[in-house]
Design a protein around this ligand. Structure first.
Ligand code: E4P
Length: 215
């Protein structure tokens, strides 16, 4: 399973990149708004830290405008994926951009039918937002399973990015289902590795090691 970091914060990206497990980054307008740097400079900098795909979102809503904006964004770095919301205009733009070889990440996906159409339009990635579904008492992970089944049934090459991840359980369940990618906020990424029994175990071993070297 590939792990992406869901942030536009360079410090967090550099930190997780140093762990040796980072496969990519996803940003969105909200995440970018939290950073104190001009947008294009920020995206170029992120793309230089991470070799895998970095998703950056289009804010245009009409197909022709999305295409123009996506082509411009795509020139910022060689490892970009362009996020386009799952709308009819987004599908039209995705068809044009994917045939030009531009990687599209169809975002704000909340239904299996949206994911089916995203794959048919040639999206490289599809991002079901599972936490936001959980927030309204749906089961976000059910959506991930449905999308994976549909893609498997028809051999679609589109990769599923499990997005809007809230806790480690989301990542584990997505991995058990065989989802290709999870994009994870920094706080959850830390929780993926931390375990109190590991810390207690280290502490005990260090104490006992003192007895060994003092013999
Ligand atoms: C994914 O690409 C999005 O940036 C993100 O996962 C949205 O998560 P949120 O629902 O926590 O805002």
């Amino acid at each position: 399973m590939k792990l992406f970091l869901d942030t536009a914060n360079l410090q967090e990206i550099r930190e997780v990149a140093s762990w040796g497990i980072l496969d990519g980054v996803t940003t969105n307008p909200t995440l970018c708004s939290k950073e104190d740097m001009p947008f294009e400079t920020l995206i170029k900098e992120i793309c230089s830290v991470v070799s895998g795909p970095v998703s950056v979102e289009c804010v245009s809503t009409i197909a022709d405008d999305i295409v123009v904006e996506a082509r411009k964004l795509n020139q910022l770095a060689p490892n970009l994926a362009i996020k386009i919301p799952a709308t009819i205009e987004g599908l039209k733009a995705t068809r044009v951009l994917s045939s030009e070889g531009i990687k599209v990440n169809m975002t704000l996906v909340f239904s299996p039918s949206q994911a089916l159409l995203a794959a048919k339009a040639g999206a490289s990635f599809v991002s079901p937002f599972i936490g936001r579904l959980d927030d309204i008492s749906h089961f976000g992970l059910d959506l991930v399973q449905q999308i994976l089944t549909i893609y498997e049934n028809y051999d679609f090459p589109t990769e599923v990015i499990v997005a809007s991840v809230r806790h480690p359980g989301h990542v584990v369940e997505a991995a058990l289902m065989g989802a290709h990618i999870a994009t994870v906020p920094y706080a959850v990424m830390e929780k993926l590795v931390k375990h109190p029994l590991t810390d207690i175990g280290i502490e005990r071993f260090l104490q006992d090691w003192k007895k060994v070297i003092n013999k």
